[in-house]
Design a protein around this ligand. Structure first.
Ligand SMILES: NC(=O)C1=CN([C@@H]2O[C@H](COP(=O)(O)OP(=O)(O)OC[C@H]3O[C@@H](n4cnc5c(N)ncnc54)[C@H](OP(=O)(O)O)[C@@H]3O)[C@@H](O)[C@H]2O)C=CC1
Ligand SMILES: O=C(O)C1=N[C@H](C(=O)O)C[C@H](O)C1
Length: 264
């Protein structure tokens, strides 16, 4: 049994992860951390009587008590880096879904992993469909280099564009390079109308109640368009990826970025 702890445990993803880990015969849920101070019975929230895990709001204290091997983090961009540092320094392998980490952060994590001989897995998206959407988009861009990305999420999401949209754009840029798209003299009558830009790729973020997590990658060519769309219609979509990551992270070397690296 692999001992797993969840950070951001009372959040939308955190609760789903607790359920998935609890239901997996090879994983054991040993701890739950969240910034909230009035802890409701976390077992009750996921429909389990007497879950019997260590719960608290100080990560290091809960680590010492619960003795996890793996920490799954679904918190907020401002908190994730500090959580990763604490996990690694305590010899615990992080599995991270929280978005918003910079290149600088990634370099620091890589060094920390090496220094403390700990492995880590970070993925901006844990759903297999989204991984395929990114892989297919990278391939399509070789033939149809003009592309824009529209990502659509629930209106409680903090970061824009989504980690998935950024990763998709970077993968596309790897296969087609920089490309100036649109009319050379185009201008915005309202600021932001053309979206954000990464390597010439326009990124558009929609935030509305009703959505979970969705993305369209639209390619345009002579007399044709190609749309690759992925929809996470519930947060269950991320769970097989998270569970797999909890099982594989202990066998990895250093930092691995992207679920795709442990799928095959
Ligand atoms: N990689 C992937 O596949 C996916 C990634 N995500 C990412 O995961 C993150 C979480 O998403 P989601 O669950 O929807 O967000 P939620 O806001 O529902 O959950 C985040 C939880 O973390 C808590 N929290 C905030 N700061 C800390 C801290 N310092 N220590 C411990 N807990 C803390 C929050 O408490 P409070 O509410 O009181 O602030 C909240 O309970 C986001 O970055 C999102 O983009 C989401 C889905 C899939
Ligand atoms: O905040 C979310 O919900 C999600 N965040 C991740 C992202 O930023 O890409 C993954 C997924 O889109 C859900």
């Amino acid at each position: 049994m692999i001992r797993v702890m969840v950070c951001g445990a009372y959040g939308k993803m955190g609760l789903e992860v607790l359920k998935a880990v609890y239901n997996d015969p090879q994983l054991s849920i040993v701890g739950a951390v969240d910034i909230k101070s009035d802890f409701a019975d976390i077992g009750q929230l996921i429909g389990v009587e007497k879950l019997g895990v260590t719960v608290g709001n100080d990560l290091e204290t809960v680590i010492k008590e619960a003795k996890p091997q793996v920490i799954v983090d679904f918190t907020i961009p401002e908190a994730v880096m500090s959580n990763i540092r604490i996990a690694i320094k305590n010899g615990v392998c992080p599995v991270v879904g929280t978005t918003g980490l910079s290149e600088e952060n990634m370099n620091e994590i890589r060094e920390l992993c090496e220094q403390h001989k700990v492995s880590a897995l970070i993925s901006p998206n844990f759903s297999i469909g989204a991984i395929l959407m990114m892989r297919l988009s990278q391939e399509a861009a070789k033939y149809l280099p003009h592309v824009e990305i529209i990502e659509l999420h629930h209106d409680q999401k903090l970061d824009a564009p989504s980690g998935t949209a950024i990763r998709t754009a970077k993968l596309i840029a790897q296969s087609r390079g920089y490309l100036k798209q649109g009319h050379p003299a185009e201008f915005e009558k309202y600021e932001g109308a053309r979206g954000g830009e990464l390597s010439g790729i326009r990124l558009h973020s929609v935030r509305l109640p009703g959505y979970v997590a969705h993305q369209e990658v639209i390619f345009g060519g002579l007399g044709q368009t190609l749309t690759i769309r992925h929809d996470s219609i519930s947060r269950e979509s991320f769970m097989p990826g998270v569970v797999l990551a909890c099982k594989k992270v202990l066998t990895l070397e250093g930092l691995v970025f992207g679920l795709e690296h442990i799928l095959d």
